[in-house]
Design a protein around this ligand. Structure first.
Ligand code: SF4
Length: 179
């Protein structure tokens, strides 16, 4: 499981990705169960995902998509709020009142509108001050991929990078357990 064999085509049309993600839903959940029980070491799986992520993200232009900014509200913590409100020249309280709602489950705040109110012409109008959740999305550079598979499957229908990485991962591992 060391080499990446690029045998399937990459899909970048978000409408087709939405449709295919729906069609592949059962297979995606089945692959999640497989990954959890197949015995591939966590670090080995992470390395493969990181390599797939690097390759796929180098071939996709997020500025032409921006679908995450349209569909997935980032969680803002205290530091994100501080930084963002300062860049707007308003207080934290004013920023919260105007743009945010509390998300108790996530222990933070999210934007009160979808698409994000700071998305202008498919670009982030506050890019240098965007929240950490936006910088990190779709989180495939992180470790512990196998523990975040519910989010990964959700992101497959939203983000062309997540969709293609999961497709290539299925193709690469091909439901084969380690001996
Ligand atoms: S803050 Fe910027 S990067 Fe984050 S969701 Fe809004 S437009 Fe997108």
């Amino acid at each position: 499981m060391t080499s990446i064999v690029w045998l399937i085509a990459m899909e970048i049309d978000i409408n087709k990705i939405r449709k295919q993600s729906k069609e592949k839903e059962d297979e995606n959940w089945e692959f999640r169960s497989f990954l959890k029980g197949c015995g591939i070491p966590t670090g080995e799986l992470d390395s493969l995902v990181h390599r797939l992520y690097q390759k796929v993200s180098s071939e996709i232009d997020c500025k032409k998509c921006a679908n995450c900014c349209k569909e997935v509200p980032p969680i803002l913590d205290k530091d994100d709020i501080e930084k963002f409100s300062k860049s707007l020249g308003i207080s934290n309280v004013q920023f919260k009142e105007k743009f945010l709602v509390e998300d108790k489950e996530a222990n933070g705040f999210i934007f009160n509108k979808k698409p994000c109110p700071f998305l202008k012409n498919n670009l982030c109008s506050h890019y240098p001050n965007r929240p950490k959740g936006c910088i990190s999305y779709p989180h495939l550079h992180k470790s512990g991929f196998v523990f975040r598979l519910m989010d990964v499957i959700h992101n497959c229908s939203v983000c062309p990078i997540a969709f293609n990485v999961y497709e290539f991962l299925k193709d690469e591992i091909n439901f084969k357990c380690v001996e």
